[in-house]
Write a protein that binds this ligand. Structure first.
Ligand code: SF4
Length: 411
């Protein structure tokens, strides 16, 4: 299996190709990816849906190219186009704005302003230099705007290597996800993973956060054992040396905390992902808002993938039930699943997000930022469940900085 196939989409660099029609975006994508056939499927004027393609761009590695052919400046789709563009930008790690030597248009300037607002690094690609060379005035303008840029001919694959170098140079730090477990464990440590198998589990397989955690433990040469919650007491009693860490599915946090001696570190898959995909400190701050909820308040629950709602569904059933019980009041809930995330959350008092294993880090950070801009605190499933069961302090102990901030009241 190639590295491209092994790397989940959420862990690839997301590169959006933006620009007006006829700037050579499709040719640029083909030149970047070394494909000779057009990979663009969006028909001009018929769709605003961007096209996502997994690509190996050497030497960058596995990437997702977002072809925004449907988002350029033709047609009458106004507001819909703007919304789709914003959705793309939320997950974009770096953007390539494609222009020609004719210069920046108003459309390009609007895009640049939006990219700036979203804090997305951008490289201006002056394409078709084989037909028209950029005048010094344009280069000076881009320089003055502080925009990295280069001239190339995608048609002749001339300048593509320099573009790849620029992409490497300007790719943002946020793309590098904090280690899942690398700073918490050492080679030779032992870890116990607790996974309940109930009707909420997909048939015959584990879910991505569990699989990624196991892979990370293997990469770190850590020995691990997996058990169901009811098997944990026996497993711990039979271990000659206690495990360095117990990682549990959040749904059984309370049961696992009760069965795990206090001197053994304990956290959940979801809290590991809060740090890996998002910003653990900011997400912990949402825990305060949880305790301040009162009757009539509204809570928004966001899941980043779609699945059939089960009787014991964590997002739709268990968490709302636990919150109502915890607050002892009627709380109203809103839900979303998959890629759509509302732009306006101001009507809510709190957002509770899943572990976001299917999102790239940029998109999860954008969701946190968007919620915070609406003045709405966010926390994730694992933190929410730990807080409701009074074990948040314990679940944060493995993350020394965040735990200290929590104790100091800074989180
Ligand atoms: S995207 Fe969210 S809901 Fe879907 S498997 Fe990952 S953590 Fe669970």
């Amino acid at each position: 299996m190639s590295e491209l196939q092994q790397t989940p989409s959420a862990n690839r660099l997301h590169i959006a190709i933006l620009g007006k029609r006829n700037m050579g975006k499709s040719t640029l994508i083909n030149a970047l990816t070394g494909q000779s056939l057009a990979i663009v499927s969006a028909q001009p004027g018929t769709t605003t849906d961007p096209v996502y393609k997994a690509m190996e761009i050497l030497p960058i590695g596995p990437c997702t190219i977002i072809d925004t052919a449907g988002l350029d400046d033709e047609g009458e789709l106004g507001q819909l186009r703007v919304e789709k563009t914003l959705q793309v930008l939320r997950k974009t790690d770096i953007a390539l704005l494609t222009i020609t030597a004719a210069g920046l248009t108003d459309f390009d300037s609007q895009l640049l302003a939006q990219l700036r607002r979203n804090d997305i690094p951008v490289i201006v690609v002056i394409n078709k230099q084989d037909q028209l060379r950029a005048e010094p005035e344009l280069l000076a303008q881009l320089h003055q705007l502080g925009l990295p840029h280069l001239s190339l001919s995608a048609q002749h694959s001339d300048g593509i290597d320099s573009l790849k170098q620029l992409i490497i140079q300007h790719s943002p730090k946020t793309f590098e996800q904090p280690s899942l477990l690398g700073d918490l464990v050492q080679a030779g440590d032992s870890v116990v993973l607790v996974i309940p198998v109930d009707s909420g589990m997909p048939k015959g397989r584990l879910i991505l956060p569990q699989v990624q955690t196991m892979r990370d433990l293997l990469d770190n040469n850590v020995l691990f054992q997996v058990c169901k919650p009811e098997q944990l007491p026996t497993l711990l009693a039979n271990m000659v040396t206690p495990p360095k860490l117990v990682i549990t599915d959040s749904q059984v946090f309370q049961q696992v905390a009760a069965a795990t001696p206090d001197d053994i570190a304990l956290t959940s898959f979801s809290i590991l992902f809060a740090r890996h995909k998002g910003d653990l400190l900011k997400l912990v701050q949402g825990a305060k808002a949880l305790s301040q909820l009162s009757a009539g308040d509204k809570v928004f629950i966001a899941e980043a993938c779609t699945h059939h709602c089960q009787a014991e569904d964590i997002g739709r059933v268990k968490i709302p039930g636990w919150i109502r019980q915890h607050i002892e009041a009627e709380i109203e809930f809103g839900f979303c699943a998959g890629r759509d995330y509302p732009a306006d959350l101001a009507n809510y008092q709190l957002v509770i997000h899943c572990g976001a294993c299917m999102l790239n880090r940029k998109e999860m950070l954008s969701r946190i930022e968007l919620s915070n801009r609406c003045g709405v605190p966010v926390l994730n499933y694992g933190l929410c469940i730990a807080a409701m069961h009074g074990i948040l302090d314990r679940a944060l102990r493995p993350f020394a900085d965040v735990h200290q901030a929590w104790l100091d009241g800074k989180a």
